[in-house]
Design a protein around this ligand. Structure first.
Ligand code: HEM
Ligand code: HEM
Length: 172
């Protein structure tokens, strides 16, 4: 098998890993809060931390999308078939679309102003309860879809690694 490893550049790697950290934290803690009993004080502190951190993440994610469009991606791993390359491309595009929807719906579902780490305030953007409810439902569904797709992302990665294709090395 070819030993060629074509890597993502350093900026793309940082953008990927910072995004992964924020998204994994917000997803795991968000679902934990939704499904398990927690003291209401701790619950509201985690929720308010998550709202702040994900709001700050919005410009970073915009930069990531801009950088991805401007720089493109490295050549596919040589051992990948044409179908696998297409599937990976479709999956990654869907990840970008879902994260964008999660962020937009998150901001639009807020029924109060967002105080981002006491630094600045993002005012409540929608007033009509029915509109807020729409984006709240969108947020809950897109978050779950995103988690399912991330599980597939990690599953595909493990499968490739087990077949001896060092995909992870492209991103570290
Ligand atoms: C990286 C982006 C984000 C991820 C991965 C994420 C993930 C989640 C998850 C998994 C939940 C729990 C869903 C459930 O109940 O099943 C949740 C709830 C929530 N999210 Fe997000 N979120 C993100 C961005 C945002 C943003 C930008 C805001 C607002 C500025 C926000 C506000 C909220 C609020 C207020 C809830 C509680 C909803 C409720 O209990 O009714 N989220 N989020
Ligand atoms: C521990 C968790 C994760 C690992 C180990 C991981 C690993 C990787 C690796 C190795 C690649 C390069 C694939 C290739 O060679 O084409 C990649 C790409 C990608 N990952 Fe992750 N990832 C993780 C979490 C996430 C999360 C949470 C997201 C959330 C959206 C994500 C989104 C993406 C996207 C969109 C790409 C494609 C990059 C591009 O082509 O522009 N990853 N990931």
């Amino acid at each position: 098998m070819s030993k060629v490893i074509i890597q993502f550049d350093t900026t793309a790697k940082y953008l990927h890993w910072v995004s992964a950290l924020v998204i994994l934290w917000a997803s795991i803690s968000g679902l934990y809060i939704a499904y398990f009993e927690l003291e209401s004080n701790i619950k509201s502190r985690i929720l308010s931390f998550n709202v702040s951190i994900t709001t700050l993440f919005i410009p970073l994610f915009c930069w990531r999308i801009y950088y991805r469009i401007k720089q493109g991606i490295p050549q596919a791993h040589p051992a990948m078939s044409a179908l696998e390359v297409k599937l990976a491309h479709a999956g990654h595009t869907l990840l970008y679309v879902l994260v964008s929807l999660v962020l937009v719906s998150g901001v639009l579902m807020m029924d109060h102003d967002v105080n981002v780490f006491q630094l600045f305030i993002i005012p409540q953007l929608l007033q009509q309860p029915s509109n807020i409810h729409f984006f709240e439902t969108l947020h809950l569904y897109t978050c779950r879809l995103l988690v399912a797709l991330i599980v597939c992302h990690l599953g595909a990665l493990i499968k490739h690694e087990m077949m001896g294709r060092r995909i992870l090395k492209r991103m570290i």
